[in-house]
Design a protein. Structure first.
Length: 306
């Protein structure tokens, strides 16, 4: 008997992997970032898949790539394969206990300035383990269970029960503004709040919400500048556009920003160190996770006591 393989089973897994990533994030650029490959590679994979099968999978629109009926049907079959492949890879990593060549850490812009302090508090951590580090600064919460990253620094506790979560401290936030702005409008108080302009993040501000809870009647119309970049928010504050909320530990007077709050209390935001569940079983990854946690705990404790 001649052993034959049906054409349905000769698909290149790399093409399917790229297709699933595009389907989940809705763009070639987002899929490329998730997979850690170049944008043209994902575009080529998608084109090859569509041409080899003889049908399209996405409708192109101003909103990005939207799956058509064929794409939906293929995704429903391919997504479980991708999940199973990830589980297989995780199992192999655990059984082999092999150290990773690179560790991918995802962090929000608010917490990104904490990471360089790792070398100050634990300079031997990464060289000793022979591991390099990729830091992904993004407002998007990457999915650790799908290996979009290995470790995350977040200021909101994840809801996925499988993840390893460790609270490593607090970041104290306070209100700051340029000296010229404060000369013109005065400091922020409950009596003067209506005369101030506000700078905040695109996804809303825990700091402003707490101020409102402390009796500061801040209206949405007072927000004159929003950005998902902390550096952009600081630049706007330095230019005198308004008052912004920034971490006390990373906002020295030498930056040209002065404390603007005369009433109320600074806001302390929790910091969570999060990891994939496989970290428990892989000795190298566990050592890295615990070392990063200890380093951050020391760094954050020092900042709060300063």
């Amino acid at each position: 008997m001649v052993d034959t393989v049906h054409g349905a089973f000769d698909l290149d897994w790399n093409l399917i992997r790229s297709f699933v990533a595009v389907a989940r994030v809705g763009s070639l650029a987002g899929a490329a970032k998730q997979l850690g490959v170049a944008h043209p590679t994902v575009a080529r994979h998608l084109q090859q898949l569509e041409e080899s099968r003889g049908f399209t999978l996405f409708a192109r629109s101003a909103r990005g790539l939207v799956m058509n009926d064929a794409g939906e049907r293929l995704f429903s079959a391919a997504a479980p394969m991708q999940d199973a492949a990830l589980q297989l890879r995780n199992t192999v990593d655990v059984l082999g206990n092999h150290p990773p060549e690179r560790i991918r850490i995802t962090v929000s812009d608010l917490l990104a300035e904490l990471l360089p302090s790792l070398t100050e508090h634990a300079p031997e951590l990464f060289p000793a383990a022979g591991v390099s580090m990729d830091v992904l600064v993004t407002p998007t919460r990457l999915n650790l269970l799908e290996r979009e990253a290995d470790i995350a620094l977040r200021h909101v506790r994840p809801t996925q029960q499988e993840l390893i979560c460790r609270r490593v401290g607090m970041v104290r936030m306070n209100a700051y503004a340029a000296e010229g702005y404060l000369r013109e409008r005065g400091p922020l108080s409950r009596c003067t709040v209506e005369g101030h302009r506000i700078i905040e993040s695109l996804d809303g501000s825990d700091f402003l919400n707490v101020l409102k809870g402390q009796g500061f009647p801040i209206a949405d119309s007072q927000v004159v500048f929003r950005s998902d970049s902390l550096a952009c928010q600081k630049s706007a504050a330095k230019a005198g556009w308004g008052i912004g909320a920034f971490p006390e530990a990373s906002t020295p007077a030498s930056e040209g920003l002065l404390p603007a709050l005369t009433e109320g209390e600074p806001v302390e935001i929790p910091v969570w160190l999060v990891a994939r569940p496989e970290v428990r079983e892989n000795r190298t990854m566990r050592t890295l996770f615990e070392g990063i946690g200890r380093s951050l705990e020391r760094r954050l404790d020092e900042a709060l006591r300063a």
